[in-house]
Ligand binder design. Structure first.
Ligand code: OGA
Ligand code: MN
Length: 318
C-alpha cells in the first residue's frame, strides 16, 4: 500500500487528510483552482476494483480528473470506463435527432473534430465541431436529463499556440462565493435553456441547419433547470448556470429577470474560477457536468484535432 499525504497540496482532499491509494497510483492537484491529475493508471488495463474506487473517489472530491498517456485506450474500452459513472448517454433523442453526432463504428463514442470530416470516416452523422470556440457550458444542458459525466480522449491534439485549450470551472466554488442574501434569493429558482434545435444550429450541425432552413429557428424549450443544483452524490450545491441559460424563470419583473440572469451568468465566468488544460496526445479528461463548467478555445484548423467523447447519463437535476 502506498500511503500518500495529499493534505500538503494547496487544495487537499478535505474528507480525510491521508488517503490510502492503491500501489502505484498517484494523485496531484493542478496548480489552479480545480482538477486533479491521476498517475499510474492505464485505463486500457483490466483494473482492480480498488483502483476504480480510488479514481471515482478523487473524481467526486474534485469534479475533474486528468489521466495522461492513455494511448492504448480503444473506443470500446472508453465506453466501458464511461459506464463506471452511469449508463450510456445517447444523443439525438431530442429535437427530432437534430443533434445526432458522428460515432466510432458501433460504439456510443462520439467523434469531435477532424476525423469526423475524413472521406473514409464512415460516420453516422455530420459532425459539428469545426474549430470554433465553445463558450462556457456544462454538457447538453438543453436536455431535461443531461449527461452526468463526460470522458474526453484527446486522440489528435494541436500545439497550444494553435488554440484548442480547454478550461474548467468549479461551480461549487461559484456557489460558495455568493453572498448570503443572493443564496437565499435564488434557492428555489429555475432557468430555461436554449432549445436543442437552437443549440445544434448555433454550433453548425448539419441536420439542425437543414431543419432551420425549412421551418425556421424555433427556440422555446420547455426544459426548466434549478439555478442551484444539488449534486446527488456529494450533496454539495453548485451554481449551475452557463451560456445555455436563456433566462431565469418565475420573477414578475422583466428588468429584474434580466439583471439577475446577467449577474449570475457573469459570476460563473470570473477568471479566478478557471483551470486551463493544455492538451498532450492521449490525455483523457473526465469531468462531472453536475458541478463543473468548461469552455474551449477555437483552434487553427490547418492542424488536426480529434476528440473521442463519451458520456454517462444522469438523473433529473434538483
Ligand atoms: C465537449 C467539449 C471540449 C474540447 O466535448 O463537451 O466541450 O476540448 N469539448 O473539445
Ligand atoms: Mn462540452
Amino acid at each position: 500500500m502506498n500511503v500518500v499525504n495529499i493534505a500538503s497540496d494547496r487544495r487537499s482532499l478535505d474528507m480525510i487528510d491521508r488517503f490510502v491509494l492503491p500501489e502505484g497510483m498517484t494523485v496531484t492537484a493542478t496548480d489552479g483552482p480545480c482538477g486533479f491529475e491521476i498517475g499510474g493508471v492505464d485505463l486500457a488495463d483490466d483494473l482492480p476494483g480498488e483502483v476504480i474506487g480510488a479514481l471515482m473517489w478523487v473524481f467526486y472530491k474534485s469534479g475533474f480528473v486528468i489521466l495522461r498517456g492513455q494511448d492504448r485506450l480503444t473506443p470500446e474500452r472508453q465506453a466501458e470506463v464511461t459506464e463506471w459513472f452511469g449508463r450510456t448517454f445517447v444523443r439525438g433523442t431530442m429535437g427530432d435527432g437534430v443533434d445526432k453526432m458522428a460515432t466510432v463504428s458501433s460504439t456510443p463514442v462520439q467523434i469531435l473534430g477532424s476525423a469526423a470530416e475524413d472521406p473514409d470516416a464512415n460516420v453516422a452523422a455530420a459532425d459539428a465541431d469545426r474549430g470554433g470556440e465553445l463558450e462556457p457550458h456544462s454538457d447538453v444542458q438543453d436536455y431535461a436529463i443531461p449527461p452526468a459525466v463526460t470522458v474526453l480522449h484527446g486522440v489528435e491534439v494541436v500545439p497550444t499556440e494553435a488554440g484548442g485549450n480547454t478550461y474548467f470551472a468549479n461551480l461549487y466554488q461559484a456557489y460558495d462565493e455568493l453572498d448570503t442574501e443572493t443564496k437565499r434569493r435564488i434557492e428555489h429558482l429555475k432557468w430555461r435553456p436554449t432549445s436543442t434545435l437552437a443549440t445544434a444550429y448555433r454550433v453548425g450541425m448539419k441536420a439542425a441547419k437543414e431543419s432551420v432552413a425549412k421551418n425556421g429557428l424555433i427556440d422555446n424549450s420547455d426544459v426548466r433547470h434549478p439555478v442551484v443544483r444539488t449534486h446527488p452524490v456529494t450533496r454539495r450545491k453548485a451554481l449551475w448556470l452557463s451560456t445555455f441559460t436563456e433566462e431565469i424563470c418565475g420573477l414578475d419583473d422583466p428588468d429584474e429577470t434580466e439583471a439577475l440572469t446577467r449577474k449570475l451568468k457573469d459570476h460563473v465566468v470570473q477568471d479566478h474560477l478557471w483551470q486551463k488544460h493544455i492538451w498532450a496526445p492521449h490525455d483523457v479528461l473526465i469531468w462531472d457536468n453536475r458541478c463543473m463548467n468548461h469552455w474551449r478555445e477555437g483552434w487553427d484548423t490547418s492542424y488536426r484535432r480529434t476528440m473521442h467523447r463519451s458520456q454517462a447519463n444522469g438523473s433529473r437535476p434538483f
